[in-house]
Design a binder for this molecule. Structure first.
Ligand SMILES: O=C(O)CCC(=O)C(=O)O
Length: 276
């Protein structure tokens, strides 16, 4: 038994590389978060393709607060221990009735981290049904390394249009979520999602937590937010907390941090056209 998760839930995550669904936000809380997002989009345009989409805990105070939500961090602590950094926060938005999809991929392949302890939390800000293109995972795949094609397909939301060929969909598991629920998957777990065939947007925010001993191997400098515990290692520069949305000093830091991230995820690629 952990602080929040049961021994069975922790064992399931460790064995299978995923855990879903878990309740996090109340209907009122999730409506507030979605309203914050859509208020920003009303003045700045769609989040997809904007630099604020990634490392989103720097531009937005409400993302910073969500990533520090004690209910969530207790669950994360059960999976990765008490000294916790958040490396990234990314919006994944598929507009109603569009082709956008996420190819099958393992994040460990592109993120330059020296271990496979990072846990990704995907927070549903809308109804993420199978019809809306919820995430699917390949159970047990966190223990293997699979070959990725880099297709640069524009409809694929991933930086390089990554896709693992030959996944047998019949042995994959869908992780549908109601608004306010979350799923967990390991950095090595193969995952992807289909297009949104509903008449609402499919909106997710992924939060990527790692233990403080983790190192970035693809860059001299990278940043992460200290969430809980002590960082005895200082392998990542500690990201500041935004006092308000779009705080100018924090946005200057965001530009540096997002640039470092772009160099990491595009290392060895001859393009860097997307914001993540
Ligand atoms: O939103 C999706 O469908 C995919 C998200 C994803 O790749 C991730 O959270 O690591």
């Amino acid at each position: 038994m952990g602080r929040s998760l049961s021994a069975e839930q922790i064992a399931h995550y460790e064995e299978e590389g995923w855990l879903s669904p878990l309740d996090l936000l109340t209907p009122g809380e999730v409506a507030n978060v979605r309203a914050e997002l859509e208020a920003f989009e009303a003045t700045h345009g769609p989040m997809s393709g904007r630099p604020e989409r990634s490392r989103a805990y720097l531009p937005f105070r409400w993302v910073d607060e969500l990533m520090r939500d004690e209910r969530l961090v207790d669950m994360v602590e059960d999976l990765i221990g008490p000294n916790i950094l958040c490396w990234n926060a990314i919006f994944w938005i598929k507009e109603a009735g569009t082709e956008s999809f996420v190819g099958w991929h393992q994040d460990a392949t592109y993120w330059g981290l020296d271990n496979r302890e990072l846990v990704s939390v995907w927070v549903a800000l809308s109804n993420a049904t199978e019809e809306a293109g919820c995430m699917r995972v390949l159970p047990g795949s966190h223990r293997t390394e699979l070959d990725h094609d880099e297709t640069y397909n524009k409809a694929n939301l991933l930086t390089r249009g990554q896709d693992i060929r030959g996944i047998d969909e019949a042995v994959t598991v869908a992780m549908p979520l109601e608004p306010g629920q979350v799923s967990f998957h390991n950095v090595g777990t193969a995952h992807g999602s289909g297009s949104n065939r509903t008449d609402d947007r499919r909106i997710g925010l992924s939060l990527h937590y790692l233990p403080t001993h983790t190192r970035q191997t693809l860059a001299e400098w990278d940043s992460a937010a200290l969430i809980r515990g002590i960082d005895e290692y200082h392998h990542f520069d500690h990201a500041p907390r935004p006092p308000i949305n779009l705080d100018p000093d924090t946005m200057t830091y965001h530009a540096r941090s997002a640039d470092a991230l772009r160099r990491i995820v595009y290392k060895g690629s001859d393009t860097s056209e997307r914001t993540l």
